[in-house]
Design a protein. Structure first.
Lengths: 249, 249
């Protein structure tokens, strides 16, 4: 592929430009894009212009730049992620109507859980997840379920740390986490009270594909109270229904 | 931006490679990708390899290629489209629970309606929409609502045709369509019986942003029977609630 004099490919620059945009910085000036992507101003400006011409980025009336609808369309219409999400959606809606608060679907990507769907009630308990957001594997209920069924090499790499602490309850001891993963494999669910926020409990169960491999985690985030454990049964039932839909697909 | 000897930019080729994947062709061999993108086999193979290295594409165990989770993440996490969709989602869920069948959210993109969300009941009436799919403006309820509030130049370009016919009921007469658009602006909704399929009725209403510009259309697809019109009132109420959420954001 064509390379600049610095030996960097055009594609690397395109990816770095896209990485400049985040949920909290959805609109940036061309200068901000160039700076965040580590590109000279002229290069950044030229690349943004071409990306706008192809609909990968769009320019606002105030000249600020955003991620383009065309990019979202190209990334979504044939995405395996979206296909899983579409199959799971009717079940996730019913789960959400039953449990309230947040219901979400996450997949393992690299060493994190990537959330491909989140349904939230308007007055729900606090939650750090967004669609297309990530959380560390050791500190979230979805992440622990995915880690429990991940290849041993990945488990060891994650347990070797660093293991960030978000609250006094976040598990950060590798030995304790290793025992926890075994318990999750035995029980088929995990309840995480206050790992990311003192007032929120995450509950997650695995979703298996037709080869019985864990393909995703379905989870709910509820208030950290004595009712939390009552949500395990409806969550497990939802996971079974998503599995039936995956198998029938 | 770097160009090949044919004068074509790398970005053009990346876009054409992404365009090779569709909802019905989610996994392709490298040869199929190159052919669809109009690239020499060696070029296609080299570009696919680099896109895989950056996570924009992924390779299956059987060596077939798919759109990558990383691309979906980059396109989604800061997308204005997804932001609108997230704000609308709690309302869309309630509308869907009330009306059943399909509830969807569409935006104007180019000369088509692009659907950014669709919620479907498991036993719903037939519907051609998918998430990230498009429909022509003149033949769908969402499209007609968006066209009715589009700039006059776009209206004239669409009415100048071609205007595809899907069923004997699809409106394809420019004069009739022009009168129809005026009626939609006056009434604030449209009911389309059998325009895309004889058994399905689409009903759509506009969603306005804080500047009172039409930003999207919310619609339901229901069976083509005498109850269809009863859905106009809950649909209009849903649009008002989405507008309140947009304004509060």
């Amino acid at each position: 592929m064509a390379r600049s004099t610095s030996g960097e490919s055009v594609l690397e620059r395109v990816v770095r430009i896209l990485e400049a945009f985040t949920p909290s910085d959805r609109a940036l000036t061309v200068g901000e894009v160039s700076r965040r992507a580590g590109l000279p101003a002229a290069t950044g400006s030229r690349m943004v212009a071409e990306m706008v011409a192809h609909g990968l980025l769009t320019r606002d009336a105030d000249r600020r730049v955003r991620v383009g609808t065309r990019l979202w369309e190209l990334a979504s219409r044939a995405s395996p992620t979206l296909s899983l999400r579409e199959l799971a959606m009717p079940v996730l809606e019913e789960l959400h109507a039953l449990v309230g608060h947040h219901a979400q679907l996450g997949v393992l990507d690299g060493e994190q859980v990537l959330f491909v769907e989140r349904l939230s009630a308007e007055q729900a308990v606090i939650n750090y997840t967004r669609i297309a957001a990530r959380l560390p594997l050791h500190a979230s209920s979805s992440g622990l379920v995915l880690l429990a069924h991940a290849p041993p090499e990945l488990q060891e790499r994650v347990l070797a740390g660093p293991l960030a602490r978000f609250t006094p309850s976040t598990p950060t001891d590798p030995g304790e986490l290793r025992r926890r993963l075994a318990t999750i494999r035995r029980d088929g669910f995990v309840v995480c009270c206050g790992y990311l926020h003192p007032e929120a409990t995450g509950i997650a169960v695995p979703v298996r594909d037709e080869h019985r491999q864990v393909a995703a985690a379905v989870s709910v985030i509820v208030p950290n109270d004595e009712l939390a454990r009552d949500r395990v049964a409806p969550l497990a039932a939802a996971a079974r229904r998503i599995e039936q839909r995956l198998a029938a697909h």
